[in-house]
Write a new protein. Structure first.
Length: 90
C-alpha cells in the first residue's frame, strides 16, 4: 500500500507512531483510526536516519503491547491472506 505513513495506516490505529511524527502538525486530525488491513503494526525506518532515536523509542515503548514489525528502508512486506513475507532489497 505504501511506505512510511502509507505502511503505518494499514494498522488498526496509528497512534503508536506519535513518537516519530508530530501530531500537532495535523491540526485537523480528529482520531487515529487506521485502515485495519493487517493485525500487526509496521514500524518503518527502523534504525534509519533521521528516525534512529524515535523508531527505537517507539519500539521500546510498544514492544510488549503491540505486535510491532520493524523494517529498515531496504525492506518491504508482502501480505497474501495469512502469508506474510518480508523482502530485503540490497
Amino acid at each position: 500500500m505504501g511506505e512510511s505513513a502509507g505502511a503505518i495506516i494499514t494498522a488498526k490505529d496509528i497512534d503508536y507512531n506519535k513518537l516519530m511524527d508530530d501530531k500537532t502538525v495535523a491540526t485537523e486530525l480528529s482520531d487515529t483510526a487506521g485502515l485495519d488491513e493487517v493485525d500487526f503494526y509496521i514500524l518503518p525506518h527502523y534504525g534509519e536516519e533521521p528516525f534512529t532515536d524515535s523508531s527505537q523509542k517507539t519500539f521500546e515503548t510498544y514492544k510488549k503491547q503491540l505486535e510491532l514489525l520493524p523494517l529498515h528502508n531496504h525492506q518491504a512486506i508482502i501480505v497474501n491472506n495469512e502469508q506474510i513475507d518480508i523482502l530485503t532489497i540490497e
